[in-house]
Ligand binder design. Structure first.
Ligand code: AMP
Length: 257
């Protein structure tokens, strides 16, 4: 689903479903399109495509929540985390621009982790990861864990599914996400090696800016990555551990091992 107003992105969402639940899924996407806190769309596009290849099945990344109380702490942590996985100052600054400029993209920026070059062919649009889903059984498990932490089911589960798909590509170093939803102030950083780290207070309440940056190796197979994100169906069929709250100091050395 893609919703926009005067050509500007409002919201989008995607999933992989059994034929028998498509009608319900479409209804739910239409409801979402018309109830997003970024505003009412004047155009909603729903595309339904049959999968032509068998999905890749993955276990979701382990999830941590970093104990962060302020926006300053959030960014200090993100910087330390990204440096610890090898991201340079230059790439960090370029990523900050992507998530804080106020130019909201439909998809993600793909950035080399040392030289900070943007590799997405269309920097206004970005690259959108689609064809990603979760089995009903895995979703039930994930929802019950999410409920036990009193988190938002849809937002958290979709982000974990997406981050798991992104992290599984060989040239991906890490991902940074700041929601563009003004009501949602928890972002994340993730990687295959460290798991998915929820970062509260990544932005101030009411802020419409947001974005995603996928950091990749300097010699990344960019065409292969774009093809994988847009076309390879990935389905989460088991759920990684939810490890609860960790302090920023604990987080980095632990994940650096
Ligand atoms: P959200 O977490 O849905 O608020 O999205 C935050 C930002 O991430 C959006 O502004 C987009 O730039 C990007 N984004 C959202 N969904 C996707 C996706 N499926 N693939 C790539 N980037 C996305």
């Amino acid at each position: 689903m893609r919703a926009s107003r005067k050509g500007e992105h409002i919201s989008g969402a995607e999933g992989i479903f059994e034929r028998s639940v498509i009608n319900d899924a479409v209804r739910a996407y239409v409801d979402r399109a018309y109830s997003h806190s970024r505003g009412l769309p004047d155009r909603v596009v729903i595309t339904i495509e049959e999968l032509k290849v068998r999905p890749v099945f993955l276990k979701s990344l382990p999830v941590y929540t970093v104990d962060i109380k302020t926006n300053d702490e959030a960014w200090e942590f993100i910087k330390r985390f990204l440096f610890s996985v090898g991201v340079s100052m230059r790439a960090f600054e370029n990523a900050l621009f992507v998530v804080q400029s106020g130019i909201v993209m439909r998809g993600a920026s793909i950035m080399t982790f040392k030289t900070g070059r943007r590799l997405e062919p269309d920097t206004a649009r970005g690259v959108r990861a689609t064809r990603l889903g979760i089995t009903q059984e895995a979703e039930e498990t994930l929802f019950s864990v999410i409920d036990s932490y009193k988190l938002n089911r849809t937002v958290v589960s979709e982000a974990i599914v997406l981050a798991t798909k992104v992290a599984a590509f060989k040239d991906v170093i890490a991902e940074l996400c700041v929601s563009d939803d003004p009501d949602y102030t928890t972002g994340y950083v993730s990687s295959k090696r460290t798991g998915y780290l929820r970062v509260p207070n990544i932005k101030e309440e009411g802020e419409k800016k947001g974005g995603r940056v996928i950091f990749v190796s300097e010699d990344a197979d960019i065409n292969g990555l774009i093809h994988y994100l847009e076309n390879t169906p990935v389905v989460i069929d088991s759920i990684g551990e939810f490890k609860g709250i960790v302090s920023p100091d604990e987080a980095i050395p632990v994940f650096n091992n």
